[in-house]
Design a protein around this ligand. Structure first.
Ligand SMILES: [Zn+2]
Length: 271
């Protein structure tokens, strides 16, 4: 209830301040009109001077009155602005405290909401990465407006759908090279998972990789690191595990790639 009253008071102060500015503008223009008109419409010179001075003084008084009123209201607005800024600061502190609390437990990926990059910049970064790796092709589209989606094809091994938000990777789905990656209406299918356990595993690891490669101030470096890591799956079915030395374990090849060395490990051999 108190909040509602405060809000209405705030709004009234703002609308009064706007009226005060309008009043000040018209009283100032009256001063200039008075100066422009000069000493007219009186028979004697003395009469004209007197009338002019009286009129001019009246106008200056009005300006003074309107200016004082505006000053009073602007102090009031400063007070409201101070309250608002205090509230906003509290909110942002709360939010970062929440994030810290969660990050201790769950290590979520950072959500930098402030850095919005022009689509052209995102296009350039992606096309440079595309040129870096001949065995990897990246097709960028923007089916839903500004957010880019990538379809990454890695040799004849796998395909990856990458959902971007500006230059930050939101999610990835890894599928087999021969699997369908489109919905019935021809859009990239960002929801259904692979039919094969091996690519489901790689999808899980790619999601973990997104949590690992975090550098909020340098999103282009993050995307490049992620793509470099992803590229190491070109030998998904050809590289033996670096721990047990085998190709298959429980019917699966080594699906894990070390984030630093890019070496192949079975999921259970990586600890
Ligand atoms: Zn192994």
């Amino acid at each position: 209830m108190a909040d509602v009253i405060n809000v209405s008071v705030n709004l009234e102060a703002f609308s009064q301040a706007i009226s005060a500015i309008q009043a000040l503008r018209s009283s100032v223009s009256r001063v200039f009109d008075c100066l422009k008109d000069g000493m007219r419409n009186k028979e004697t010179l003395e009469g004209r001077e007197k009338a002019f001075i009286a009129h001019f003084q009246d106008n200056l008084h009005s300006v003074n009155r309107d200016l004082n009123e505006l000053e009073r209201l602007s102090n009031l607005l400063q007070y409201h602005a101070g309250l608002a800024s205090g509230l906003l600061n509290q909110q942002s502190l709360k939010r970062s405290a929440n994030q810290m609390g969660v990050s201790a437990k769950r290590r979520p990926k950072a959500q930098p909401t402030t850095l919005v990059l022009p689509p052209q910049y995102v296009d350039d970064v992606i096309s440079r990465i595309d040129r870096m790796f001949p065995e990897m092709s990246i097709h960028l589209s923007r089916p839903n407006g500004t957010s880019a989606m990538l379809l990454v094809t890695l040799g004849k091994v796998l395909k990856v759908i990458v959902v971007m938000r500006s230059l930050f990777i939101d999610r990835t789905i890894v599928k087999g090279y021969n699997e369908n990656v489109y919905t019935e209406d021809g859009k990239l299918d960002i929801w259904s998972k692979s039919n094969y356990q091996v690519f489901q595993k790689v999808t899980d690891h790619a999601t973990t990789a997104l949590l690992h490669y975090q550098l909020p101030q340098m999103p282009d470096v993050v995307v490049r690191s992620f793509m470099t890591w992803l590229r190491s799956y070109i030998k998904l079915f050809q590289a033996p595990c670096q721990r047990c030395g085998k190709f298959l374990q429980d019917g699966l090849p080594p699906t894990w790639r070390d984030f630093r060395t890019l070496e192949a490990f079975h999921d259970t051999c990586r600890q």
